[in-house]
Design a protein around this ligand. Structure first.
Ligand code: DQA
Length: 148
């Protein structure tokens, strides 16, 4: 099973960026954690990060015909990007939204998720664990749909 994990802007700054909100560990450590979970779950993951909206659209499009599902933390683009929503709808792959922080408890401008409207599940406020939950959930979802 092949999945794409796509991370949006400023997530490469983990460890430096607002550690009270996002934790003290680095982006490279997060990627290593995701790869470890993927190995344990026998899932092949490609993990990407981009600070650029169009590049994220390209990454989503490149999942078409290659990956069975997408785990996405669009970061700030969550709350602004119709292009990312449209790309997720275009490829029509099962997608799961992840946020490290619980955006529901944050500023008013974070209360809309465009990308989330094309996702079948969301995990937020669980830090890194949210990626693990997303991967395990998506794997089970895809396995179930194959059996049916
Ligand atoms: C985030 C939440 C977003 O509102 C924010 O812009 C981010 C990170 C999260 O993982 O908690 O950059 O997606």
């Amino acid at each position: 099973m092949k999945l794409f994990v796509i991370n949006g802007p400023n997530l490469n700054m983990l460890g430096i960026r607002e550690p009270d909100v996002y934790g003290a560990q680095t982006y490279d450590q997060l990627v290593a954690f995701i790869q470890e979970v993927a190995k344990r779950e026998c899932v092949d993951v490609s993990v990407y990060q981009s600070n650029h909206e169009g590049e994220i659209v390209d990454l989503i499009q490149s999942a078409y015909g290659v990956a069975e599902g997408i785990i996405i933390n669009p970061a700030a683009y969550t709350h602004t990007s119709i292009a990312i929503l449209d790309a997720l709808k275009a490829v029509a792959l099962p997608a799961v939204e992840v946020h490290l922080s619980d955006v529901r408890k944050r500023e008013a401008f974070r209360q809309i998720s465009y990308a989330g409207q094309a996702c079948i599940q969301t995990f937020m406020g669980h830090g890194w664990k949210g990626y693990e939950e997303a991967l395990v959930w998506l794997k089970a979802h895809l396995s179930d749909s194959k059996e049916r």
